[in-house]
Write a protein that binds this ligand. Structure first.
Ligand code: ADP
Ligand code: ZN
Ligand code: ZN
Length: 735
């Protein structure tokens, strides 16, 4: 059918398609793509977004419903963002409505109007201006306002606060018709002379070379590969400065804002222009305001976590992904996008540069450098007097450990504390002990919903499952044999804290993990305490590996380096090496040299040896060679189909069907491999049995050509209705 205006609208629905609606002429001229509309959907009215305007529908016009209401007169999402969302929905095989929902702040998703940041101030009315300064003598507060405004002409509410003038006083004057409130849109402060509020550091030669290499006027990816503390942030700051000076905006993605308050304050300290931070602690309104400031160009610099990749920019100039190897850039459920990978797509479409920064780059990015798709910029020094730490291993195969600590390690800690230094102990397991077991019969406390052990948390005296919500009180006796001889086996941070307090009673022990940092500001309080400089011991999980700068830490101890060596997840060794290198990088960032002590049962394992004797670069080269041999990503492109159900058989059958469909579309060959369905590494989680099927292709487009029709087939399969299933493109977590 033709001659009617039809809108193709993305609505919040699990279906992977757009929906057609009629545009009633009485609603005015046709809206542009990117505008929100209210449309009937099933029995409800939902907020959707116009994606296409057309005159054709595959359905008969009499079947189409009209749009109820237009919510925006101007597109909310500019064309490039709309295209990016469409691309991402297609690439990640995710419903377009939900993908677009991710791109909008919650407030706007709900259909509310875009809030406007306004500047509100008070001024005298003509009547007020006519009064002498001595008027209102019987109301001294009101007189004070009068005199203030006669002198300064305008003043905001905030300016009156320090004078002790309340809103009530202002309202009284307003009622008398003497003053009035005026509200104007917030203007951009764009005076380039005042862009900086501190002088940039003079760059050392490698930093300068890196900065000079970054071409600001076209698309290219740069991997800023610089050890922790080598001055990557300074390079970002100076690249941003250049971009902002020619009137463009910079978008910076960082892994987790609460863990990196220092990075944030460095951006705020450097620039006078408006820096918008998008993080989970904001209210819906604040988030929408920040988002809109980016969209309209009021904000020159936007810093955010994963979902900030979808922030529209008025004049994009530069994208930065700091700690590009970090897992948090990949969403692990729902819309399983990688913000880092989308940054590459976005930068190429907007024709702007992208800087990926890391001390421990992902194998994907290193591979892209080897293929000469990215330019690798290396910073191999630390500025000033800070030195790379010295590494040492302790082979713990033959040793008697006291609660996880070798004698060598205890002595080394003692020595550093005696010298007035600080020590950081890394143990990537929170809780008291990972296992509770019966000494008599060997019973082990397992989660009944997961194929996992329960972790002992002593301060709350409970057993918690770290994979589901299950928890219970710690039993007094064995549920099998009733013996009272229950033992905590293994080490968690809580237990290690206790051990350290017993070993070094005269020094404070500060534990940093998810349990101790739940409270807002708790992390900052700990960082401040450590930076106070007193000798102390920090014990914590990977939270300590991120972004912090502890100048007085001279010893970093890694209690157990073996976790990632023998895992079912092919990415586990890469992650282990990144974590160890990142934690080690916390040592010796100040004037004093640092030492790293690594305890392992496998000191001669080639991966451990290359980390300790050489560095992350040789370690990652070795891993890349292994991936090449095994034909795993980044040498192949992977999609992982997951299915889970209370009935494990149903999950496996669904994936078996998926494999049949897939093999019909694209038969197995040297270029295309199928593996599975197989039980997941953790076969049972939260009461459901989990299976997976992995598909790997040599060519990315091949995989895409397969996944789109396959997803549609699976969506329509009745088998799929019985299980919970998902498609994960470029999966990061294989467990
Ligand atoms: P990274 O981001 O690589 O971890 P930073 O940019 O945080 O490194 O730099 C580490 C420390 O070195 C910071 O305290 C920073 O102020 C300082 N620094 C960075 N560049 C220089 C420089 N060119 N001259 C002096 N100090 C610098
Ligand atoms: Zn027992
Ligand atoms: Zn569980």
């Amino acid at each position: 059918m033709t001659d009617s205006a039809i809108l193709r609208v993305a609505v919040p629905s699990p279906l992977r398609r757009l929906f057609d609606y009629l545009w009633p002429a009485d609603l005015g001229p046709l809206p542009a793509p990117g505008c929100r509309v209210l449309v009937p959907f099933g029995r409800r009215k939902v907020v959707g977004m116009v994606v296409e305007v057309t005159d054709h529908s595959d359905f008969h016009l009499s079947k189409l419903k009209p749009v109820t209401q237009l919510l925006d007169s101007q597109p909310l999402l500019p064309e490039p963002m709309l295209q990016l969302c469409k691309w991402a929905a297609g690439y990640y095989q995710h419903p377009i409505g939900d993908a677009l929902g991710t791109a909008l702040p919650a407030l706007l998703r709900k259909g509310e109007a875009v809030p406007e940041q306004r500047h509100t101030y008070w001024q005298l009315t003509p009547h007020g201006k006519g009064l002498p300064a001595s008027a209102l003598a019987r109301a001294p507060r009101q007189q004070q306002v009068l005199q203030h405004l006669q002198r300064y002409r305008t003043a905001s509410r905030a300016a009156f606060q320090p004078l002790g003038i309340t809103l009530t006083v202002l309202r009284q004057l307003e009622q008398k018709g003497l003053i009035e409130a005026v509200s104007t849109p917030l203007l951009q402060s764009s005076d380039p002379v005042e862009l900086l509020s501190e002088t940039p550091l003079p760059l050392y030669p490698q930093q300068q070379q890196a900065l000079d290499a970054i071409e600001l006027h076209n698309f290219h990816c740069y991997l800023l590969d610089g050890e922790t503390g080598s001055g990557k942030t300074e390079v970002y700051l100076q690249a941003i400065e250049k971009v902002v000076r020619y009137g463009r905006q910079a978008l910076v993605l960082i892994p987790e804002i609460s863990l990196t308050p220092q990075t944030l304050s460095r951006f705020q300290a450097r620039f006078n222009c408006s820096v918008v931070v998008l993080h989970s602690g904001l209210t819906d309104r604040e988030r929408a305001l920040g988002w809109n400031a980016a969209r309209t160009g009021q904000a020159a610099i936007i810093i955010g976590t994963r979902s900030a990749i979808f922030t529209p920019l008025h004049k994009p100039g530069l994208l930065i992904v700091d700690e590009e190897h970090d897992n948090s850039f990949k969403q692990q459920d729902g819309f399983r996008y990688s913000a880092r990978d989308l940054a590459v797509i976005r930068a190429s479409r907007e024709e702007i540069p992208l800087i990926l920064g890391s001390a421990t780059p992902s194998l994907e990015s290193l591979h892209n450098c080897q293929q000469q798709r990215y330019t690798r910029l290396i910073l191999s020094q630390r500025p000033g007097s800070a030195q790379q730490p010295h590494w040492q291993t302790v082979d713990i195969r033959q040793h008697r450990l006291s609660a996880g600590y070798s004698r060598e390690l205890i002595e080394a800690i003692q020595q550093q504390l005696n010298e007035g230094n600080q020590v950081l102990v890394f143990l990537n397991r929170r809780g008291f002990a990972p296992t509770l077991s019966c000494h008599q019969c060997g019973w082990i406390a397992n989660c009944y919903r997961c194929e996992a052990r329960l972790t002992v948390h002593r301060h709350i005296n409970r057993l918690l499952c770290h994979h589901c919500e299950y928890q219970q009180a710690v039993p007094n006796s064995c549920p099998e044999c009733h013996s009272a001889q229950l033992q905590c086996i293994g080490q968690g941070t809580e237990r290690s804290e206790e051990t350290l307090e017993a070993l070094f009673p005269q020094y404070p022990v500060i534990r940093v993990d998810r349990d101790t940092t739940r409270r807002k500001q708790a992390m900052q309080a700990m960082v401040d305490r450590v930076n106070g400089g007193e000798p102390c011991i920090l014990i914590g999980t990977q939270m300590l590996a991120k972004g912090h700068h502890f100048p007085n830490v001279t010893l970093v101890a890694i209690l157990d380096a073996d976790g990632g060596l023998f895992s079912a997840d092919f990415r586990a060794p890469e992650k282990m090496g990144q974590l160890i290198t990142q934690v080690a990088g916390r040592a010796g960032r100040g004037d004093k040299p640092g030492t790293v002590i690594l305890q392992s049962h496998h000191c001669d394992h080639p991966l451990i040896a290359s980390l300790v004797q050489q560095d992350y670069r040789s370690f990652s080269d070795m891993l890349l060679a292994e991936r090449h041999l095994a034909q795993l990503p980044p040498f192949r492109h992977m999609a992982l189909l997951r299915a889970e159900a209370a009935d494990g058989q149903a999950a496996a059958e669904f994936l078996q069907y998926a494999r049949q469909c897939a093999e019909q579309l694209l038969p197995a060959s040297p270029d295309t491999g199928y593996l599975g369905p197989l039980p997941a590494a953790m076969e049972k989680r939260n009461g459901r049995f989990r299976h997976q099927l992995s598909i790997t292709c040599r060519e990315r487009p091949r995989l895409q050509q397969l996944m789109s029709p396959l997803s549609v087939m699976l969506e329509q399969s009745p088998l799929g209705a019985k299980v919970r299933w998902s498609v994960d493109i470029d999966p990061q977590d294989m467990t």
